[in-house]
Design a binder for this molecule. Sequence first.
Ligand SMILES: Cc1cc2nc3c(=O)[nH]c(=O)nc-3n(C[C@H](O)[C@H](O)[C@H](O)COP(=O)(O)OP(=O)(O)OC[C@H]3O[C@@H](n4cnc5c(N)ncnc54)[C@H](O)[C@@H]3O)c2cc1C
Ligand code: SF4
Ligand code: SF4
Ligand code: SF4
Length: 402
Amino acid sequence: MKRNTVAEVPAKNCTGCSLCAAVCPSSCITMQENDEGFLYPSIDKDACVECGKCSRTCPATNDLEDGSVSSAFCLACGKDRNFVQESSSGGMAHILSSSFLAESRRAVIGCSMDANGIVRHVAVKDGKDLRLLQGSKYVQSDLREIYKQCVDLLEGAYSLLVFGTPCQIIALKTYLNRWRDRVIYVDLICHGVPSQKFFSKDRDIQIQRGRLQKDVPTKFRLSSRYERTGFELYSPGCNGSIKAYRDAYYSLFLEGASFRESCYRCKYAQRNRFGDLTIGDCASADFYPNFHSDRPVSTVIINTSVGERMMKEIKGFIDIIAIDAARESHLNKQLESPSIRPNKRDTLYRDLSALPYEQFEKRYLKRPTFKTLVKERIKSVISVRARKEIKRIAFRVFKNEA
Ligand SMILES: Cc1cc2nc3c(=O)[nH]c(=O)nc-3n(C[C@H](O)[C@H](O)[C@H](O)COP(=O)(O)OP(=O)(O)OC[C@H]3O[C@@H](n4cnc5c(N)ncnc54)[C@H](O)[C@@H]3O)c2cc1C
Ligand code: SF4
Ligand code: SF4
Ligand code: SF4
């Protein structure tokens, strides 16, 4: 058996970052889908020269380079409501990207979904194409093509702003190390990723049912005056949406039941961060009721002086306050520990392949409880702002009576 290759990396640790395939000097590693639809390296043993470069570089087998543990936690939101609407939380990624592209020879690297629902990292050079990156795609994004594109851009004297999950940021940072002074990294707080295969299957079914549109990238977040965070699937420009609890893919994602195995042992789920900035949905937002209480807001962690400079550059476009780092880390669990693997993960992907989708849904999609339905009804008629006000008054009355 050949030694020192990533063939020895336990599948449970492999994040699917494709770095090994990018560094292999013999081009003998290809990333192949397993039965669940996640990408894993496959080595052409005859072409392998046993140089060991892939395993020496693989982030899953090596200690992490020093990141930084920062206490500079902020709560932030774009000033322009319409601008933020298309984003997932406070629109930070989009605002940072727009500001970055204001100068020439710059590109933003981030995740986009094409019209067929395929999710991959792409390079954007023109501000008007940034909408491709806007909004979270809760699917594992394919990095295979992006390594070479980044190198081509850097060799063409471009500077890059790179977004990704922490495992992707580590991989890209390792690969692009030579150009450290021309690349800025932003990692997302991340609790895990399901596979493209699962998403595509679910999307196809919802298209057949007329609930999603073919040839239009699907969106995952829909905020409005009635819904602050809005976990819903929809096709922009078309009527209707599907609440997460009515969709098998989305509800299992939010339950943390359909993640890649490496996500349940994620070594990046910690305060030590590897991006210049870290962004996520703010989990402690309710503790700051005077800060845009009716809008989705972002947590931003400023990890380096480069990150600090980026935030200064966008300060005219955002509202921002400092928040308690310990409380946010405690509530936003992926800043302390990985997602817990539920028992249903053992059978979920096997059943996805074996069962007709309707049967799979019957087995895995929980029926909404009466409480959920009542809550949803209230949410559909009373705005976020009004609900907050009612809560505040009720709390006061209750406190005076007690
Ligand atoms: C798979 C996943 C899991 C997440 N889990 C959490 C969590 O547990 N807690 C939390 O606080 N926040 C989590 N987030 C982050 C959150 O959903 C928002 O992406 C983040 O707050 C940025 O919002 P925004 O409004 O600033 O970004 P937007 O302006 O909406 O831009 C989104 C940015 O995210 C990038 N992106 C989108 N989808 C992906 C993807 N699949 N892979 C890599 N990059 C992507 C895009 O390139 C873009 O730069 C997760 C995001 C993803 C993609
Ligand atoms: S973690 Fe990345 S580099 Fe390591 S084996 Fe998996 S795909 Fe290859
Ligand atoms: S040992 Fe070298 S040649 Fe073989 S797969 Fe790894 S990087 Fe490629
Ligand atoms: S949970 Fe960890 S391993 Fe999984 S996608 Fe996120 S950063 Fe990568």
